[in-house]
Design a protein around this ligand. Sequence first.
Ligand code: CA
Length: 231
Amino acid sequence: MSVKVLIVEDEEALQGLLEYNLQKEGFDVVIEGDGGEALTAIAEHSPDVILLDWMLPNKTGIDICRAIRADREIHEIPVIMLTARVEEEDKLRGLNHGADDYITKPFSVSEVIARIRAVLRRSNPALASDTATFGDLSLNRADMRVMRGDRQIKLGPTEFRLLEVLIQRPGRVYSREQLLDRVWGQEVYVENRTVDVHVGRLRKALRQSGKPDPIRTVRSAGYALDETYSG
Ligand code: CA
């Protein structure tokens, strides 16, 4: 399962260490070194979890964390604070400002990975398990099988991946750029219109069961699984 981790950290050695090891674990990794750019990076990449350094250029981790919690679009994203400070008081301050967990430097990479998995299990069990469900839809990542009720839905790999992204957070609207980034990756150049084509194919496949299409088009914004749909 591809989970996207945004690392907001200005120390290059730590950026490299975390990026290398998290990628090795199968995470998608995005790095931002400037505190002032953190919120822009969150909006752009829509991460599943954020590792947030405490002391950053231009904006502190605490200020960023507070801003995340105050923003309806992103307030549910789990945040793990990284800090060199060891005082208990600081730890509490971090948690008071909305951090989900707190790791003190120096840390071991395996500890970071364990904490990421733990906050993901709490915040979004669908991300931590092989099976994600929504209404009468179920998607199994291990065997790439999609069921609607008791009927199997045949999907191409791109449509599977699209559904996998949408089903992670029903109701969340994904822009075409975010879907491009998550489904095709940042390295590939694909036109926005391609997203519409594949969403169209996904919808058609989902309708083959004779039931309505659970995907909502949000004008000039993107696509989402319709939260009001109950299957
Ligand atoms: Ca720092």
